[in-house]
Design a binder for this molecule. Structure first.
Ligand code: GDP
Ligand code: IMO
Ligand code: MG
Length: 432
């Protein structure tokens, strides 16, 4: 068996959580491979809504195993907030959740350091979710990090103290006032206490050698779906650096983040919105600063699932999408939030960029400021609700045209169309 992959082709928040949940009945194992609680994956069904940050989105199906892979970084406090919410909703998430021993821990001082570094950057800040992502991955690659497996070892306290001390020195050197910083409404000391309490509870979870678990499961004929976090345009290597996250969000990250060989990658499902959003700072070529942008934000309820920040909105960007398809080896496309464009008489598609006298079809090294100008094609909107649509054949002709243009420009068919946040508001091509 191979590992299929679902990942975002834009700047995150494409709707990965919803589609992973919809796909879960087809798989035995759902695996997160990178990122951490910077992610916010929303799942809606039967009038209920859940937002997951660390837990894979397959958790709502008790028959499916969910694993947090070695490439993920974990804040135990946030993890248990999620697990407690699921438990209160009548579930037993710890029964079908595994955690790789090789995943790294996010310490309270990683979050503190994230805030201190962002503060220091001033106007040039990344717009981080302030969950400690950059500092925790920095420690991982700097070979100073602490892994989940370490919490069961006798030298854990000593390692924790040492790393905390180093972080506090850095925070002091940055001139950051840590007393003013809040963590989920708490001061540092209270947060650290709660973090330790959650850490103690973590020892009761199923901690395992994730790479062996996944490979042996595949050998035994089990199917695996890897769930991406963030999006391709936030990838540490291929996003508009430094306005990126600190992990490889692309298909390549599945191999290192789960411990599987490249030839074991199966179908790659690329998810995109019918328009674009971005939260945080950094280049966004098709961003709208007008009434259309405000309308997208309102209709799409474009406010961050993790931080509540308003998301920046803009038209769909084909050069960025084609770049993402290439980087990930996407085989199938999934278009989300089509319903958000229901009331737009005219819809624009960025087909290429202009840079000086040159027309660019690809995504350039420099994409900020005035370095490139998006070139648009206008299409007629469908101007009506999609609520009645039960299959792809029910959709208005203008939406069909829009999809056909995207398919031609992307060189791939759109197999799934999402027309609302609920599980059931998902139209699939008959061939799937
Ligand atoms: P993720 O991070 O990729 O999982 O996406 P988020 O959960 O952060 O953001 C997607 C948002 O759009 C969530 O609030 C979803 O409930 C919602 N959503 C998903 N699909 C659709 C859709 O087709 N239409 C609408 N209107 N909302 C959707
Ligand atoms: P999901 O999985 C959207 C953005 C932040 C910031 C930049 C770096 O829900 O799609 P970080 O906290 O990683 O240091 O922030 O990346 N960002 C996301 N934007 N969706 C996400 O995750 C994101 N995770 C990080 O806003 O601009
Ligand atoms: Mg999200």
């Amino acid at each position: 068996m191979k590992v299929d992959v679902i990942l975002g082709l834009q700047w995150g928040d494409e709707g990965k959580g919803k589609i992973v949940d919809v796909f879960t009945p087809r798989y035995n194992i759902i695996a997160r491979f990178q990122g951490g609680p910077n992610a916010g994956h929303t799942i809606e069904f039967q009038g209920k809504k859940f937002v997951l940050h660390t837990v894979p989105s397959g958790i709502f199906h008790p028959g499916t195993q969910n694993i947090i892979g070695n490439g993920v970084i974990i804040d135990p406090f946030i993890l248990f907030q999620e697990l407690d919410t699921l438990t209160r909703a009548g579930m037993s998430p710890e029964n079908n959740l595994l955690i790789s021993r090789r995943a790294h821990l996010i310490l309270p001082t990683h979050r503190l350091l994230d805030a201190a570094l962002e503060h220091r950057k001033g106007d040039a800040k990344i717009g981080s979710t302030l969950k400690g992502i950059g500092p925790a991955y920095t420690d991982k690659y700097g070979r100073n990090g602490i892994r989940i497996g370490n919490i069961l070892l006798p030298d854990f306290q000593q390692r924790y103290r040492q790393l905390k001390e180093d972080h506090l020195d850095m925070v002091k050197n940055l001139g950051f006032d840590m007393a003013a910083q809040r963590f989920d409404g708490m001061g540092f000391t209270s947060y650290e206490e709660q973090w330790f309490e959650a850490l103690g509870r973590m020892k009761t979870l199923q901690i395992t050698d994730g790479e062996w678990f996944i490979n042996k499961s595949m050998d035994a004929g089990k199917s695996v779906l890897a769930e991406g976090a963030q999006g391709t345009m936030l990838d540490i290597d291929f996003g508009a650096y430094p306005y990126v996250t600190s992990s490889n969000t692309i298909t390549a990250g599945v191999c290192s983040g789960l411990g599987i060989a490249p030839q074991r990658i199966g179908t790659v499902f690329g998810i995109f919105k019918a328009y674009c959003t971005r939260v945080g700072s950094g280049p966004f070529p098709t961003e709208l600063h007008d009434a259309d942008g405000d309308k997208m934000r309102k209709e799409g309820n474009e406010f961050g699932s993790t931080t509540g920040r308003p998301r920046r909105c803009g038209w769909i960007d084909m050069p960025a999408l084609r770049y993402a398809i290439m980087l990930n080896g996407v085989n199938r496309l999934i278009m989300m939030k089509s319903d958000v464009l229901n009331q737009f008489p005219v819809i624009k598609i960025c087909t290429s960029y202009q840079s000086g006298d040159a027309i660019l079809d690809g995504y350039p090294f420099e994409s900020g400021g005035d370095s490139i100008r998006p070139l648009y094609r206008e299409m007629q909107g469908w101007n009506r609700s999609l609520a009645h649509c039960r299959s792809m054949t029910d959709i208005p002709a203008e939406l069909k045209n829009y999809i056909q243009y995207i398919e031609k420009s992307a060189g791939l068919p759109v197999d799934i169309l999402s027309i609302g946040p609920d599980r059931l508001q998902t139209l699939q091509r008959e061939t799937l």
